[in-house]
Ligand binder design. Structure first.
Ligand code: NAD
Ligand code: UDP
Length: 339
């Protein structure tokens, strides 16, 4: 198939690119490199020994995205491009709505002009908001609690209407839980620009000596050890879920929301312990106040992904930590390590 990846140079996009190339699809990556490095694409090309098209462009550039889609003629688009920092979205909500919501409209308009009827969208478990029950299944009410989550929710609604407008249109809404880890080669991985907001990259940077200690946000939650619980998913398992969603979209029409998680909850301290064993390094930490807006505990019911996509996770927390450490120790400053 011909697969068009927006945001294909980013963390999840580059791992999916590698997976999709290894399945012999023809690929075009469309990315403005606002939160990624072209080096990631070079490394994927080397690892797979495969070539692919690359367009440096902003999804908000309507003329460019439309022409790129008309030129490439994709069978399916996988839409990763977007902004993802929850805290920043509360400070700059308009930037988030513009980039994530208007960016998706520009993409869909371009797809219509190019006659492409299939999309796989990077949604998030954050669309569920405060849990009414756990594990979250896909019928759980949707009530995001921040502008970032609202952009994902709005795009889901837009894609539902788009599918309803034409029986041939297909959208797979992948609701990711907490993606972590890196490809086993240690050549590609998560490379945050600034101080990491997320737990795994912060822990990795403590292990490698870039940060002194981890602040554990809250030790008094009603969880097995008092710290926050999340459903961590290995980024390579997540990439394989995209490959399965691309196949699914080929034979189906309509809009399907699908949880992409392991179904297992792990606490902050569970992850710290697993990382210590994986790296052989100490991870000094201090328990501090809760982070505003954090939910105590959430994890997925991943049954639908297994039923519909024939996909489930194969890698555990230890694999996630080992691969994150392999990437971090080989690239202590991320892709900038080579400069
Ligand atoms: P990332 O920032 O590493 O990748 C996003 C890519 O999109 C980057 O390469 C960036 O340069 C590009 N991009 C951003 N805005 C663009 C624009 N306007 N035009 C063209 N390119 C643009 O993020 P990621 O972690 O790989 O996440 C990918 C998607 O998955 C995002 O939509 C994110 O919201 C979603 N998601 C991520 C997580 C997570 O924890 N990483 C969880 C749930 C959902
Ligand atoms: N967390 C933490 N210290 C950090 C970053 C995160 O204790 O420096 C905790 C956070 O409170 C949550 C868990 O780790 O319980 C996962 O946080 P992350 O930001 O990675 O994911 P999210 O909260 O967005 O699901």
């Amino acid at each position: 198939m011909r697969v068009f990846l927006t945001g294909g140079a980013g963390y999840i996009g580059s791992h999916t690119l590698l997976e999709v190339l290894s399945q012999d699809h023809q690929v075009c990556v469309y990315d403005d490199f606002s939160n990624s490095e072209p080096e990631a694409l070079k490394r994927v090309a080397k690892l797979t020994n495969r070539s692919f098209d690359t367009v440096e462009g902003d999804v908000l550039d309507r003329a460019k995205i439309q022409q790129s889609l008309i030129d490439f003629k994709p069978d399916v688009v996988v839409h990763f491009a977007g902004k993802k920092a929850v805290g920043e979205s509360t400070e700059k909500p308009l930037m988030y709505y513009r980039n994530n919501v208007d960016g998706t409209l520009a993409l869909l308009e371009g797809m219509e002009a190019a006659g492409c009827k299939r999309i796989v969208f990077s949604s998030s478990a954050t669309v569920y908001g405060e849990p009414h029950y756990l594990p979250y299944d896909e019928h759980h009410p949707l009530a995001p609690t921040n502008p970032y989550g609202m952009t994902k929710y709005m795009v889901e609604l837009i894609l539902k209407d788009w599918c309803a407008s034409n029986v041939k249109n297909t959208a797979v809404l992948l609701r990711y839980f907490n993606p972590v880890g890196a490809h086993e080669s240690g050549e590609i991985g998560e490379d945050p620009n600034d101080i990491p907001n997320n737990l795994m990259p912060f822990v990795s940077q403590v292990a490698v000596g870039r940060r002194e200690k981890l602040s554990v946000f809250g030790g008094d939650y009603e969880t097995h050890d008092g710290t926050g619980v999340r459903d961590y998913i290995h980024v390579v398992d997540l990439a394989k879920a995209h490959a399965a969603a691309i196949q699914f979209a080929d034979g189906h029409s309509g809009c399907e929301a699908i949880n992409v998680g392991s179904g297992q909850g792990s606490s902050v301290l569970d992850l710290v312990e697993a990382f210590k064993s994986a790296s052989g390094r100490d991870i000094p930490y201090e328990v501090v106040a809760r982070r505003a807006g954090d939910i105590a505990e959430f994890y997925a019911d991943p049954t639908k992904a297994d039923k519909i996509l024939g996909w489930k996770t194969e890698r555990n927390l230890s694999d996630m930590c080992k691969s994150a450490w392999n990437w971090q120790s080989r690239n202590p400053k991320g892709y900038n390590s080579i400069k």
